[in-house]
Design a binder for this molecule. Structure first.
Ligand code: NDP
Length: 249
């Protein structure tokens, strides 16, 4: 725990699911944690479940990761008030349940691309610049998905996940691009893609959960994997970690 005492972690998509679980675990490990999301009311709910001591180390920041000015403002606040970033968890993500070929689904396409790819790229760029200035070797984690390695096939009776799997395949590629670029810039920043299988969160509507009827991970299971990934010795970098519930097909 001393290793991380007062280090600064930024979690995007901290208002629910996996992000909210990461916030709690990171606070438990001594980090100061900035939780970013659009819904302030949900961030407040996360905050209200913390102890008084943890509240002092938690900073909820309203931020839309699809908007560059919103990201810049958030990261400038963190830099100015907390002195920089040691760990970024790029977790914010959206999915849409419409077929890719369906008419009038442009807003679904944009939401997925802007959040899952552009948002990750913009937040990572800001965190990278902040980490380069600091002595503590930084770490950036991309919450990917098993759908970023294999396109799911739920048969003809369910809509597909639109461009979601392609966005997560993109995250797989970005992980390698960052690894190469971090080396090029001579930094000791670690990059990890963490790919969970089905996880019980608000991402999936209830009717999908019922039809799929798979065993699921909990947000805490994924957060545990995050804590494992950051616990490795300084010279060890977990490039890709896949975590599935036992029994998932
Ligand atoms: P949730 O829907 O519970 O959480 C998604 C989070 O992303 C929310 O906090 C939401 O906050 C935030 N978010 C969405 N859009 C934006 C935005 N434009 N700006 C800022 N924050 C945003 O789902 P999960 O916890 O399941 O999802 C977290 C990550 O895990 C995603 O990247 C997802 O793809 C990935 N994942 C999930 C799996 C699952 O089965 N659940 C499996 C594999 C990967 P707000 O709406 O307040 O902005």
């Amino acid at each position: 725990m001393d290793r991380w005492l007062d280090k600064v972690a930024v979690v995007t998509g901290a208002s629910s699911g996996i992000g909210a679980a990461c916030v709690k675990d990171l606070l438990g490990h001594g980090f100061r944690v900035c939780g970013l999301a659009r819904r302030e009311i949900k961030l407040k709910e996360t905050e209200s479940s913390l102890s008084a001591e943890q509240c002092d180390r938690f900073f909820s920041i309203k931020c839309d990761v699809t908007k560059e000015d919103s990201i810049k403002k958030a990261f400038e606040w963190i830099e100015g008030n907390l002195g920089g970033i040691d760990l970024l968890i790029n977790n914010a993500g959206v999915i849409r349940y419409t077929d890719l070929v369906k008419e009038n689904n442009t807003s679904d396409l944009r939401a997925i691309i802007d959040t899952n790819l552009l948002g990750v790229a913009l937040c990572t760029r800001e965190a990278f610049q902040s980490m380069r200035k600091r002595n503590f070797p930084g770490h950036i984690i991309l919450i990917n998905s098993i759908d970023g390695h294999q396109v799911p096939n739920f048969g003809p009776n369910l809509p597909s996940f639109n461009i979601y799997p392609a966005s997560k395949f993109g995250v797989t590629a970005m992980t390698e691009i960052y690894r190469q670029e971090f080396l090029k810039y001579g930094t000791k920043i670690k990059i990890t893609s963490l790919s969970p299988g089905g996880t019980k969160t608000d991402l999936f509507p209830d009717e999908h959960k019922e039809i799929m009827n798979y065993p699921c991970l909990s947000p805490g299971d994924v957060s545990n994997a995050v804590m494992y990934v950051i616990s490795t010795p300084p010279h060890v970098q977990i490039h890709e970690l896949t975590i599935k519930p036992l029994g998932e097909p």
